[in-house]
Design a protein. Structure first.
Lengths: 307, 307
């Protein structure tokens, strides 16, 4: 999609492994146009990033001046456009001193890439989520608690005094996709459909006996064969079991804490339901607006005078 | 591979999802020839089974008489040649009364397929392993204890008085393959190589805190990025973590029991090491000879007079 605007004041970019999304921003900080493509980091060689970006944003560039472009996500990884070295926690989610400048042939472009965050013990990394966290904190600078960012690689992030204190990553979304689409369970699990009661039961079971996860998965297949388990119920139970063991291992993060969930509607609601069953009362926020808020905070930090 | 024999007294067949293996047996019960192909159940339609079998065994068939063929494995599943209905435990691993006859056009063939076993609660199924179990019991009919059959779908099987009392399936091998080959961990894990100490440490950690499995996996990726984790160590740790949570959930099976492991050399040894660290002293047996012993027991049961 692309809506031709007048030239942009600056351009915000979220560059993930599989998708590239860009927004033309006006001088008032509003979105004047948006565009996206499948040119994710995963399919690009180092020389391919600038052309892939220009294919989306060329029409937004003024011919006679440099337009700032601020990028978050996997474009800053070692296999990306240029490596933006991880910053170590505890730290603020953004620091303009750490942004990496991407080499550009086109003189109209000035591209800066936001680095991810790293943690030494237990070893962990994030890249992209730090920008959503910055967007969240731009709207709630005094927040003291825990952010949960569910997805392919879910993150639990402890926030205090405007800094990321610690975090932990869970491969829950990727495990679900592999098991539902590529394991023997693909014969038992629908690609769509849901069963709230089955989700809740599997979640509670996994939370109370997470050590039995390895025994639970094949049961879905056997119940399909022997008892005609409904594929919607199988899907919800697989999700409940995997989110359940994530919540069990993440308990030190969420127990007794203020929790906000940042994510797409469906998965965010599933996590909110799950945490609600444990007595937590999480706030639920959409991720995309926070990505844009974080990129705006990054751009604003670049315009501040050096301190 | 194929070695032309004189005509076979009977033919033993192990027909899995991905492979087809056949042995020509002489009147003394010895193997006189062996052949195999990639015509597993997964790539065949119902009409494809007889031609796939004949492609391997045609040269072993006498022209003027019927040759019995005994088949175990997925050829008896609902998607197979003909469905051999599961028998419910507790029961002996084999009962010739339950064998399914496969429809054949070639008059030289008489094909019988061994059914798998099912368990109502918790729901579980096996297909193929019952034949290895029968082969094991043929050599040790008084065995009272637990059999562990590691593999794509590991089975733990309680045996008493010549019967399968109960069993449980774990998707450990399939999870390992999905995570090692198709998840983000594929960038961290070698396809070969091993690190005994890393395996042992990950195993002990998973056994003592199985509830933390969801937190452990992404750590492998992060340690690769931040600390240069050796890919052999990452592979061994992934294996140790997954086998560890299997052993944790299977503890009611192996704790205080006589255990025998039936499996291929590499994976069997890994399970033996793992159980040994927990104070168990399992016997270790190769699976292939037991498959053949089980098929021989099945063929012998067909020749017994009806009781």
């Amino acid at each position: 999609m692309s809506v031709p605007p007048s030239s942009a004041a600056w351009i915000a970019v979220d560059w993930g492994t599989t998708h590239l999304r860009a927004w033309a921003m006006d001088t008032a900080g509003a979105v004047s146009a948006a565009a996206s493509s499948d040119d994710g980091m995963g399919r690009l060689s180092r020389d391919g990033f600038e052309p892939a970006l220009l294919a989306l944003i060329d029409g937004w560039l003024a011919p006679d001046r440099v337009t700032p472009v601020v990028v978050c996500g996997m474009a800053g990884s070692r296999q990306g456009w240029v490596e933006a070295l991880y910053r170590g926690v505890p730290c603020t989610p953004l620091d303009s001193g750490g942004f990496a400048s991407a080499p550009c042939r086109d003189p109209r472009l000035q591209v800066r890439i936001i680095p991810g965050l790293k943690q030494a013990t237990p070893a962990d990394v994030m890249r992209g989520e730090e920008t959503q966290i910055a967007g969240f904190l731009a709207g709630d600078p005094e927040f003291d608690g825990v952010l949960c960012l569910p997805g392919t690689h879910s993150k639990w992030v402890r926030i205090s005094a405007g800094e990321v204190v610690s975090f932990q990553t869970f491969m829950t979304g990727e495990m679900f996709a592999l098991l539902a689409d590529h394991s023997v369970l693909r014969h038992s699990v629908t690609t769509e459909g849901w069963d709230d009661a089955a989700f809740a039961a599997a979640l509670d079971d996994a939370l109370s006996r997470p050590d039995r996860i390895a025994a639970r998965l094949f049961t879905l297949r056997a119940e399909t064969l022997l008892q005609g388990l409904a594929p919607e119920a199988a899907r919800a139970r697989l999700s409940g079991a995997l989110i359940g063991i994530e919540l069990a291992a993440a308990r030190p993060y969420w127990l007794g804490q203020a929790v906000a969930i940042i994510g797409a509607k469906g998965i965010g609601a599933a996590y909110a339901t799950a945490l609600g069953r444990q007595g937590a009362a999480p706030r639920l926020l959409e991720g995309d607006p926070l990505t844009l808020a974080g990129l705006s905070a990054a751009q604003a930090s670049l315009k501040e005078p050096a301190r």
